[in-house]
Design a protein around this ligand. Structure first.
Ligand code: NDP
Length: 330
């Protein structure tokens, strides 16, 4: 049946401004890293994407790499875009990334102009759109002059193939450096995509969040649920079909006694607030004003509903934050 978006889709999610730009993002965004390739039924993938949009998730994050195989997740999204979401293109913030290896060729990796522009052209074809809203350099490439990467990012914006540019996985000093170069070209850095969760304090410890405020770029944080480790699903077992059973990126070995103890303690704090650990974990990353959006994955519409309910709980108190600190740090 033809898709028609929910009329109340802008009533659930608060939007946040990305740094000192003009762009608002939903406080929870959706990424297609896992289970959006040829490994999962298209009907389920489509249902999840459309449900996300119905809930007010306007931002969908992708990359040339996502699948499996590489590039498949963009074909999946492209199919939903052409079938269902095309009438809503103006309401969507689509992102893609380039620079992480997607093949043996030297042109299918890194921050060269050849790699970035070639990847974006291919991604636009796969997504079936003339432009992406955000184009990212996926991870730092210390062997390519930053000026070349900047030149490519600036040109795709000037050509209308991307509206904004971002970086991902850059350390604060290099993030600052590229922010300055981009500012100088009149194409300010919109956002930095980085991993952040109760179980990964990197952006706090490295000073990245401070750099973001100073340079005026937003921060979108990936794996805020630590790929599912910050839910209650692994407390007793490793459920059938869960990521820790079938992903190269989440080894079942991390689910040991130490993990179970820490996670059970955090789960208790969540229970005392009348919420789930997943919901607490999302509120925790969003407590920082530097964080524009929490970028989650989901393998069912039920997970999405559950996770979005995080937004309706009262803010974490100083006491609760201190307790989380006690249990969440390695
Ligand atoms: P999360 O930490 O949100 O993990 C999401 C996964 O956790 C789901 O796919 C699901 O896995 C499980 N899950 C989610 N909600 C629940 C719930 N309520 N109960 C139980 N299990 C749940 O984020 P991801 O690691 O998926 O990363 C999100 C996005 O971030 C990616 O899609 C990608 O766009 C981006 N990213 C960017 C990177 C970069 O280098 N720039 C690197 C990694 C991610 P399942 O049900 O399959 O177990």
């Amino acid at each position: 049946s033809p898709y028609s978006a929910a009329d109340n889709r802008y009533e659930t999610i608060p939007y946040r401004r990305s740094g000192r730009s003009g762009l608002d993002l939903p406080s929870i965004s959706f990424g297609l890293w896992q289970k959006f390739g040829t490994d999962y039924p298209f009907a389920t993938q489509r249902e999840i994407i459309l449900h996300a949009f119905d809930l007010g998730i306007t931002h969908f994050d992708n990359a040339d790499r996502y699948g499996p195989p590489h590039r498949a997740a963009q074909l999946t999204f492209g199919a939903v875009l052409s079938k269902d979401l095309a009438p809503y293109r103006d309401e969507l913030i689509l992102s893609t990334k380039a620079g992480n290896p997607i093949g043996a060729s030297p042109y299918l990796r890194g921050g060269s102009r050849k790699s970035l522009v070639g990847s974006l052209e291919h991604s636009l074809r796969d997504l079936g759109t003339d432009y992406v809203d955000i184009f990212y350099h996926h991870s730092p490439d210390l062997e390519t002059p930053l000026e070349e990467t900047v030149g490519a990012l600036v040109d795709v914006v000037r050509q209308g193939k991307a509206l904004y540019v971002g970086i991902s996985n850059y350390r604060p000093d290099r993030a600052h450096e590229i922010a300055e170069l981009l500012r100088g070209e009149g194409v300010p850095l919109l956002i930095h995509q980085t991993r952040y969760s109760i179980y990964d304090r990197g952006p706090e410890q490295s000073g990245l969040l401070d750099t973001a405020s100073a340079d005026g770029f937003g921060v979108i944080v990936y794996s805020p649920l630590a790929q599912g480790l910050l839910t209650d699903k692994y407390l007793e077992t490793i459920p059938e079909g869960a990521r820790a059973r079938n992903s190269a990126f989440l080894s079942p070995e991390v689910i040991d006694d130490t993990y179970r103890q820490r996670t059970a303690a955090l789960n208790k704090i969540a229970e005392s607030r009348g919420q789930s650990l997943a919901q607490l974990a999302l509120q925790w990353v969003l407590r920082r004003p530097e964080v524009t959006s929490a970028l989650i994955g989901a393998s069912s519409t039920g997970q999405l509903d559950h996770n979005l309910a995080a937004l309706s709980f009262p803010a974490l108190t100083e006491e609760e934050l201190a307790l989380i600190e006690e249990h969440g740090v390695h």
